[in-house]
Design a protein around this ligand. Structure first.
Ligand SMILES: [Zn+2]
Length: 141
């Protein structure tokens, strides 16, 4: 683990789930996504390597949601329902972390967030893992 980057504390709304995370490139990787799931969820995500996310408590209080190709893993707290993080589809070595769960920052600190075109996910448009008969919508990942 790199000790050069600051470690951020994070938690869900009710505090059942608590974690520490070092981000891939601080808040330079924040994104919104237009896919069918993210447009409902409405969260802003920031990237972190899988190995840099460490759960202090409540990892067993997370629930997993998968859809479409099932590649991405979207986690949220069983108690308060808040999305904490997801394992990306486009790069499974990375988590997307809910910026709103990170202590000391607010999603409203970033008025101009890039929107990823999740409706036309690269994994679909390149023909990689498209599943016939299922909506072309793909998640944020
Ligand atoms: Zn919670």
């Amino acid at each position: 683990m790199s000790n050069l980057k600051p470690q951020h504390n994070g938690a869900c709304h009710c505090g059942s789930v608590r974690f520490k995370v070092r981000l891939t490139d601080e808040f330079n990787t924040i994104r919104r996504c237009s896919c069918s799931y993210c447009r409902m969820r409405g969260a802003i995500a920031v990237s972190a390597p899988l190995s840099e996310m460490e759960f202090i408590q409540g990892e067993d209080n997370l629930t997993l949601y998968q859809f479409n190709t099932g590649t991405a893993k979207h986690y949220f707290c069983k108690t308060c329902g808040i999305y904490t993080h997801h394992q990306r589809r486009s790069d499974p070595s990375q988590f997307g972390v809910n910026v709103a769960c990170i202590e000391g920052v607010s999603p409203f600190d970033f008025p101009e967030v890039v929107v990823t075109d999740g409706v036309h996910h690269p994994s679909d448009t390149l023909g990689g893992d498209r599943i016939a008969g299922i909506l072309r919508f793909s998640p944020t990942e």
